[in-house]
Design a protein around this ligand. Structure first.
Ligand code: NAG
Ligand code: NAG
Ligand code: NAG
Ligand code: NAG
Length: 438
């Protein structure tokens, strides 16, 4: 009897062992690619140089690219070279943590995908060693996945967006829930802007070094129908109009919990198949839908919708840095530089005077009428409170650069950064800009 159960145990163990040992990447599918050799010939986004890797699913291709000689990013590129379009970067592994020449990308039998710098330092990895990964694939929608023997995704690039959301990609509560802009064309680190999925919708933030908290510059108050519950996820989709076959919509499909429901919000459309599209939070904080049409030889990229635009609901004045460090914006144009001596013509040198002393008596305020800060439209401000209380709040706070006050509703906004002010032509909306007394 004992020997039988021992035998049985032995059998089970063998089976367990073989299941475990089966769950590895076949040696023939492992790789180690080195970032070396000649650069590719085509024009890519950010005027970068690139090395193509032999991992692709057209129009997507994995590459190393760099804008400065010693700083490479591992990224997925989108586009084909039938004509001469720009090829664009739609996903990246190691923003803010670049690697150099001779860096390696290794996919080993344990199922981990590792980007290591030339000296062996690990810059980025999927952390999927011994989790049952048996293969790597780039799917037709540009999702790079590590999957197990049953086809489940153990890791997917769609779960780590930076500034781009491809068709099929989602933002999720408790998962990847934000996009963060790129700092500049040449510098691939996090920029000042973020788009965040929150329970009641999408919110856009501007992060100023002077402000403890990011400042809201837009919220999607009317985009989604959410009663009591909160957004659970939203996915960018491309859908052909079933009635009029020649229209293709880019849509957010979104799910709400408590009570649960799901619906669609059409965002943009084109008259051709727009499966190859993405939403990008730009360096300038704007949101754009771009579509790649592989079936034409010219103008194969099209910006099919720009969110902050002179022709759309939300003009460019709502972009925090539309007028640089400081400026008055009207109808999407920078129209004036507000100085203590009145409005003068705007230039990109327009800046408020630095207040270095925090002692009362060493600074004052100058007043602007009919002007709002970019954050006012989508935030409530404090109050009701008296204007003198609003002012003393700013005066006591060394980092306050000015305050905004609506006399009709007695509401107060403290500004830790000024940037773009909007002309609203309403004398109830006042701005008081802090300025040093000489
Ligand atoms: C990369 O490796 C090659 C071959 O080993 C070597 O010639 C080259 O100098 C290396 N480049 C750097 C930047 O270390
Ligand atoms: C979104 O949430 C719903 C409900 O919670 C779920 O059924 C669905 O699979 C989720 N979709 C994605 C893409 O996460
Ligand atoms: C749109 O293009 C994609 C990719 O080529 C294709 O898979 C899909 O079937 C097309 N959709 C329609 C409605 O033609
Ligand atoms: C000014 O603000 C008040 C109160 O919000 C509003 O009733 C009025 O219409 C506004 N005037 C203009 C010119 O926008």
């Amino acid at each position: 009897m004992a020997s039988i159960s021992l035998l049985f145990f032995f059998f089970i163990s063998i089976q367990l062992l073989s299941t475990i040992s089966l769950a590895v990447v076949p040696a023939s599918d492992t790789f180690k690619y080195v970032n070396e050799g000649d650069f590719g010939d085509y024009t890519v986004e950010y005027d970068a140089y690139y090395q193509a890797l032999p991992l692709s699913n057209s129009p997507f291709l994995l590459c190393f690219y760099n804008t400065t000689p010693t700083a490479f990013t591992l990224a997925l590129r989108m586009g084909t070279i039938r004509s001469d379009p720009v090829l664009r970067w739609v996903w990246e592994a190691n923003r803010g943590n670049p690697v150099r020449e001779n860096a390696t990308l290794t996919f080993s039998t344990d199922g981990n995908l590792v980007l290591a710098d030339a000296d062996g330092r690990i810059a980025w990895q999927t952390n999927t060693a011994n989790k049952g990964v048996v293969g790597l694939q780039i799917l037709p929608n540009g999702n790079m996945v590590l999957h197990d023997g049953k086809g489940n995704f153990i890791w997917q690039s769609f779960d780590s967006p930076t500034d781009t959301l491809l068709v099929g990609q989602s933002l999720r509560a408790g998962g990847p829930s934000r996009l963060v802009s790129r700092f500049s064309e040449s510098n691939n680190v996090d920029g000042a802007y973020s788009l965040v999925m929150e329970p009641k919708g999408l919110v856009m933030y501007y992060t100023s070094p002077n402000s403890v908290r990011p400042m809201v510059y837009w919220t999607s108050s009317e985009w989604f129908t959410i009663d009591k519950g909160g957004l659970s996820n939203l996915t960018l989709k491309s859908e052909a109009d079933s009635d009029e076959g020649f229209l293709y919509y880019l849509t957010f499909e979104y799910f709400v919990t408590n009570p649960s429901s799901n619906s669609n919000r059409n965002m943009a459309y084109s008259q051709y198949n727009n499966t190859y599209s993405y939403l990008r939070l730009g360096i300038d904080g704007n949101l754009r839908f771009l579509t790649f049409n592989p079936n034409v030889e010219e103008n194969s990229w099209e910006v099919i919708y720009t969110f902050f635009d002179r022709r759309s609901m939300e003009g460019e004045c709502q972009l925090p840095e539309r007028c640089g460090k400081f400026g008055l914006c009207e109808d999407s144009q920078c129209v004036a530089c507000p100085t203590p001596n009145g409005l003068i013509g705007w230039s990109k040198d327009c800046e408020s005077k630095k207040v270095t002393s925090c002692k009362s008596g060493e600074f004052g305020y100058y007043k602007l009428e009919g002007v709002d800060h970019f954050t006012i439209k989508y935030t409530r401000g404090d109050g009701g409170m008296k204007q003198s209380d609003c002012e003393s709040k700013c005066s006591k706070d060394c980092k306050c650069m000015g305050y905004f006050y609506h006399t009709d509703r007695s509401r107060c906004w403290i500004a830790y950064d000024l940037k773009t002010l909007t002309r609203v032509g309403n004398s109830t909306n006042l701005a008081y800009i802090k300025t040093p007394k000489k």
